[in-house]
Design a protein around this ligand. Sequence first.
Ligand code: COA
Ligand code: AMP
Length: 640
Amino acid sequence: MSRYAEVYASWQNDPEAFWAEVAKDISWYKLWDKVIDPYSGHYGRWFAGAECNTAYNCLDRHVEAGRGDQAALIYDSPVTGTKKTYTYSELTDEVATIAAVLTDLGVGKGDRVIIYMPMIAEAVIAMQACARIGAVHSVVFGGFAASELATRINDAKPVAVMAASCGIETARVIPYKPLLDKAIELSEHKPSACLILQRPQAEASMIAGRDHDWAEAVAKAKAEGRKSGCVPVAATDPLYILYTSGTTGAPKGVVRDNGGHMVALAWTMPNLYGIKPGEVFWAASDVGWVVGHSYICYAPLLHGATTVVYEGKPVGTPDAGAFWRMISEYKISALFTAPTAFRAIKKEDPKGELIDKYDMSSMRTLFLAGERADPETIKWAEDHLKVPVIDHWWQTETGWAVAGNPVGLGVLPVKYGSPTVPMPGYEVDVLDEKGHLLGANQNGTLAIKLPMPPGCLPTLWNNDERMRSSYLTDYAGYYSTSDAGYKDEDGYVYVMARTDDVINVAGHRLSTGQMEEVVAQHPDVAECAVIGVADQMKGQMPAGFIVLNAGVERDASEIESEVVKLVRNVIGPVAAFKNVMITKRLPKTRSGKILRGTMRAIADGESWKMPATIDDPAIMDEIIAVMQSRGLAEKAQQAG
Ligand code: COA
Ligand code: AMP
């Protein structure tokens, strides 16, 4: 029997008592005045008046409690042939040393630090070092281009940047430093210092006065015996900013606070993930995404477990057995990744034969998130791994699962296609366009009743107005998730689609509106539309449709490849923007709105209806012909 219903009810009965009890897992310098102060922030602030330090809770206190010799972080890099384990004592020392270096570079409490690093141990060390001195980190995923990095530098206004000279994508070395230099050149705000970790695969050239060598700075601080202590911060002070896509324009700087974040994550480790201190928990994501923040850098360490930093891919480093090798080598208890990683593995090793080569006895559970877990993938994983496969739903904004199947409380029956039930802290309602509550099995917008639980975003960086307009004004008293779906008669949540322009490509959240803005910059493009089309491996892939300016007579394939290159250069390779098609016209309503929804249905081969508001129905035939020339829309069927 699962204890879920009982625990959820205890939260509903007295949310403040529930979170105050969980907060006992955290060490506080000063306890809160109020568990939640309903009068501050957009929907109240958690643990107002309390003081704490996240890095202290992740590191020092475990050393003080006798865990110093236990493994805290395992770094495994098939792309460089490197493996290294840090004990809690070693990791604490490394973090305290880099924290001292940051202080030398002029970084203090509340200052922002951009981190632009691949999946190496130093990325986590950098994040923890910022937390230690009360600085606010903002990690930028390595697959973003220089101008995306520049946008984040301009918004966060960092005092310093911490970067590695390069990342490694399977066998390809990607020099990061030229991208960083270009970003700083593009941005109006100039950080005063850059701390650069030189990797032998691509040594970076350094700019005198601004750039500092990581290894030299660490060696000097160590020789001088300098380490930084943990700086008390308010529970409501920001721990980090993580930029995420959503609607056109600049990315949103999701803010995470210190106190509520720790409390929420501390609840999830034993209750949702069923992990005990001392066990190994592996989130095979990237520190550039929210999953990497919560479940590589913070939660496992808060809980006294061992975390894993894996610099490799599910396939190709060297093969589709890479995950199984990791699990057997490090006796990993739970793996957390995106369904796309499993689709990639299944494609290479459909019968799961590589699994049998490894001792998988340590593995108890597989957790999936980041995109809808398709039943086929779940079944394949269940059949081959013979462990529960748990889908759970969350967003950068929430920082932890809105809905999941709480393994630690006893697994609830799995229903394929559903991430199961709301976690304590979340009351999830399904609303129609007017904000009316919908009944079981009725599709609408999934909305979270305010206040949001600890750990969720208090606001967007420097943009309270955008916080309100993006999330809080659509439905009074609710946070709108921008996900559409329904709840069934047992209260299971189903997350079906986004209601905005966000698409999900290989578990990466991208904005088609942003891609359209970039495509429109090409001098030959008169207008364009970008939609997400279903992809067997990556879930969705962007597809661009462009109408050329009158009189342009250049070679079509040349223009198409320029547009592809433009998106890659401006947004980055992570956009996976490879498919662009020239069309004579775009289908629009009589009021001029591009019919992207219908285009997507056609491209995905769904049954579609000619919209009553369409300006010229003949354009649909043109678009279908263009799509079919690229292998899309093959099964498209017009209904009615
Ligand atoms: N630095 C630089 N480039 C990067 C990068 C990084 N950190 N991460 C990805 N890229 C590049 C890739 O090399 C690829 O470039 P290409 O177009 O030249 O081939 C491009 O960005 C698109 O990357 P991706 O969509 O990830 O495709 P992929 O073929 O490299 O890998 C998967 C596909 C499924 C193996 C990979 O996406 C994966 O492991 N996903 C796991 C899920 C995950 O991490 N989700 C995050 C949230 S949980
Ligand atoms: P991100 O902010 O990058 O974590 O992306 C969040 C978005 O990914 C959500 O709004 C959903 O659209 C989607 N998503 C994440 N997890 C799931 C899931 N388990 N099922 C369905 N969609 C999901």
